[in-house]
Design a protein around this ligand. Structure first.
Ligand code: ATP
Ligand code: ZN
Length: 468
């Protein structure tokens, strides 16, 4: 099956041809760890997890290298550290903020059914030259200066955008248009307003590293140029992230990496996911219209959030609604019932085919609905293919066996309490106090639980229950 991917740089969907079939290489920009991730931040993590799974299927699990970094040096982190831990020395405060946020991020994305990437480098480990000789930011900046693509001014090292004739190709922004709109006064030390920071001086109370220029810290963009080169080389296959990263972040990554290494390309395919929106607006921290993954996981199993995300194609916007979540939960209730007790088969061709068409997850959903119907009316083989497909796309995680109990937990329903009430109701019925037994049943219904009265194998009345 031929994999086709849409490339932002060439604006076309074309067949995916890896540089090396034995080592297919993908880099995705990871979180800046200063605050809990919102469900919008989860979109690239889930989308590229699906692509990672697909590449592993097509090329073999040991032939794909997926790198997703952690940005743990950023001024937003410094501000948060100073705010939350005013009593601590800044470095310690920063470590507390980044460790806590990174741990929560891992817990969140694991609950969303995402496989860990092959490597998860932290920016702070790649600032200075390393003992193992892997790429680092200071060396990259030195190379850029040596090749005439960067200069020092006003306590900073800046990338010289004019030195790169096709700067702006990814976002389609022409340099002269950018120049016209810029405010010169703010950036008087820059040769051109579009020039961006590679290194900036740190004051004594800011985090910093000794460098050939001044004690300072890297700009955001150079972090990804260093970490991608460290694990994937100067040129690699796929680079991903959200739409908002095209400019300036990815544009500047391309400029740095290509100019430092003297290559025509940084990555052969640039993939960008669309925004998750609330009432038509991008979910973002700055707008305050966000809900964290952690908050959602208190109400919904991670599989529901994942499925709800994948109902929409990754390049289209998603409107995130309660109604959508409710429908997704219903779908999974049904699917798990049909797939119950099935052994895992291989994922069905229809699923792989859908994903191979630029990750067409709406078509994948249609394929899963089709498999569900065959499984419901068919033999064990169909059920195994259905269960195998569910597991393959990450809907049937290791922990889905206890789907029902986790749903109960998430809904806040206390199983023990329900069982006690059922016993009280049975006792009331036994003594023919139907007023009391009805009262108890209404109480249970009001808690969002449905009772089913039936008979056990010996013909004795028995009541089972489930969440409405
Ligand atoms: N609403 C959204 N929908 C889809 N992807 C998003 C959304 N918001 C952020 N992203 C993506 O999440 C990833 C992590 O981004 P980052 O950690 O920089 O988030 P952020 O800038 O703190 O979030 P925000 O945009 O809310 O300020 C990036 O790939 C970014 O494109
Ligand atoms: Zn990046």
């Amino acid at each position: 099956m031929e994999l086709r991917l849409h490339d932002t740089l060439t604006k076309e969907k074309r067949p995916f041809v890896p540089l090396d079939r034995d080592n297919v290489r993908m880099y995705v920009c990871g979180p800046t760890v200063y605050d809990f991730a919102h469900i919008g931040n989860a979109r690239p993590v889930i989308v590229f997890d699906v692509l990672f799974r697909l590449l592993r299927h097509l090329y073999g699990a040991d032939h794909v290298t997926y790198v997703r970094n952690i940005t743990d040096v950023d001024d937003k982190i410094n501000d948060r550290a100073a705010r939350d831990f005013p009593g601590l020395p800044l470095n310690e405060a920063i470590r507390k903020v980044t460790e806590k946020t990174a741990a929560q991020f891992h817990a969140d994305v694991t609950a969303l059914g995402c496989l860990p990437p092959t490597f998860e480098p932290r920016a702070t480990d790649f600032v200075l030259p390393r003992a193992d000789g892997k790429a680092d930011m200071v060396t990259l900046i030195k190379q850029l200066i040596a090749r005439g693509h960067a200069y020092e001014a006003g306590g900073e090292v800046l990338f010289d955008t004019v030195s790169m004739p096709d700067y702006g190709a990814l976002s389609g922004r022409k340099l002269d248009e950018q120049l016209a709109g810029a405010r010169i006064a703010v950036d008087a030390h820059k040769k051109n307003p579009a020039d961006f920071v590679l290194w900036k001086q740190s004051s004594d109370d800011e985090p910093g590293w000794e460098s050939p220029w001044a004690r300072g810290r890297p700009g955001w963009h150079i972090e990804c140029s260093a970490m991608s080169a460290a694990y994937l080389g100067d040129v690699f296959d796929i680079h991903g992230g959200g739409l908002d990263l095209i400019f300036p972040h990815h544009e500047n990554e391309i400029a740095q990496s290509r100019c430092a290494h003297g290559t025509h390309t940084m990555a052969n395919y640039w993939l960008h996911n669309g925004f998750l929106q609330v009432e038509g607006e991008k979910m973002s921290k700055s707008l305050g219209n966000f809900v964290t993954i952690r908050e959602l996981l208190a109400d919904w199993p991670g599989e529901v959030l994942r499925l709800n995300m994948l109902k929409t194609h990754y390049r289209s916007p998603i409107d995130w609604t309660l109604k959508g979540l409710e429908e997704s939960a219903k779908t999974l209730d049904d699917w798990y019932e049909v797939a119950a007790d099935a052994r895992d088969g291989r994922p069905a061709d229809t699923v792989i085919e859908a994903l191979s068409d630029d990750l067409n997850t709406p078509q994948m959903m249609a394929a899963l609905h089709g498999l569900r119907n065959s499984a419901a009316s068919g033999d064990e083989g169909c059920r195994n293919a259905f269960a195998g497909s569910l597991r393959y796309v990450g809907f049937l995680s290791e922990s889905s066996a206890d789907w029902k109990s986790r749903k109960q937990q998430a809904s806040g329903i206390d199983a023990k309490q329900i069982e006690n009430l059922i016993a009280e109701r049975a006792a009331a019925r036994a003594r023919k106090d139907f007023k009391e037994s009805d009262r108890i049943r209404d109480m249970i219904t009001a808690m969002g639980v449905v009772l089913k009265d039936g008979k056990d194998a010996d013909g004795k009345p028995i009541t089972t229950w489930e969440i409405a």
